[in-house]
Design a protein around this ligand. Structure first.
Ligand code: HEC
Length: 250
């Protein structure tokens, strides 16, 4: 019994030294762990990056090859339209030879009328006795108002400075420049076979009538024209006169 306090004392005196050992061991373990992680990180991380970089470089190289190939070879763009591409170098030489203006004309002509497609004639509507009726200024003025009230303007841009956002989204044709009497490439029915028509009274009247708006769909438009608000024949005539008056050729 009398030894007991001594034992207790001895035990107490050894305690700090055990704690110190434990602490040292813990510190060593943590240190080791940190070192291992750091080493592993240094060894593994860059390798991963390199792999990814290599893959990326390979993809870039492939894309660049495809670009080079597309820019420097002859190829088929659209068989149905007989449209082909030529190497960029040849194209640049052509542009220099023809001049930028003529190239634009050339391209417009070629894209507007591939000669192998048939030109469909759409007869003038019955309500138009003679095309000269469309020269009437008061009819044109009436058409201008209708173009607003029948919301045509939301899709068909008529002023170079005022875009028509809905029309941009649907790729609706703009009534700008020299377009009246010019050929249009249209699908017979949405996504149907292509044919050529002339932007004139017959085609215009057909496009604007509710029944005809989906009959022929301009190539390049995202959707057929949604049927417009009901318009009478007189109103179609006025709209026609106005739209025709916007064309530079008239
Ligand atoms: C919601 C948009 C929208 C509105 C509103 C709209 N159109 Fe269209 N219109 C189109 C689209 C898209 C096309 C092309 C697709 C097609 O030919 O059906 C088109 C085609 C046309 C064409 C054929 C033009 C061409 O160059 O081939 C005429 C003409 C026309 N619209 C007149 C009108 C008139 C007139 C109005 C008002 C009564 C009107 N549109 C209202 C979207 C619209």
């Amino acid at each position: 019994m009398s030894h007991e306090p001594q034992t207790t004392e001895a035990t107490d005196s050894t305690r700090p030294s055990w704690a110190a050992h434990e602490l040292a061991a813990l510190a060593l373990t943590v240190g080791l762990a940190v070192w291992v992680v750091a080493q592993w990180g240094a060894a593994v991380q860059p390798q991963r990056n390199t792999e990814r970089d290599e893959k990326r470089a390979a993809t870039m190289a492939e894309l660049r090859m495809a670009n080079e190939e597309a820019l420097n070879s002859f190829g088929v763009v659209d068989e149905s339209l007989k449209r082909y591409r030529i190497p960029i170098q040849n194209a640049m030489t052509l542009v220099v030879e023809l001049g930028a203006k003529n190239i634009a004309k050339e391209v417009a002509e070629r894209t507007a009328s591939p000669t192998d497609l048939k030109l469909v004639e759409i007869p003038d509507p019955d309500f138009l006795a003679d095309v000269s009726e469309l020269d009437d200024p008061s009819l044109i003025a009436q058409g201008k108002t209708l173009f607003l009230t029948k919301i045509c303007f939301t899709c068909h841009q008529t002023d170079p400075a005022v875009p028509a956002p809905a029309g941009m989204a649907l790729r609706a044709p703009k009534f700008l420049g020299d377009f009246w009497g010019k050929e249009r490439l249209v699908h017979k029915g949405f996504g149907g076979p292509l044919e050529r028509v002339v932007m004139g009274p017959g085609y215009f009247a057909e496009s604007v009538s509710a029944a005809g708006s989906g009959l022929r769909v301009l190539k390049g438009a995202l959707t057929p024209m949604p049927p417009p608000p009901p318009v009478t024949e007189e109103e179609v005539k006025a709209l026609m006169a106005y739209v025709r008056s916007l064309s530079q050729g008239n």
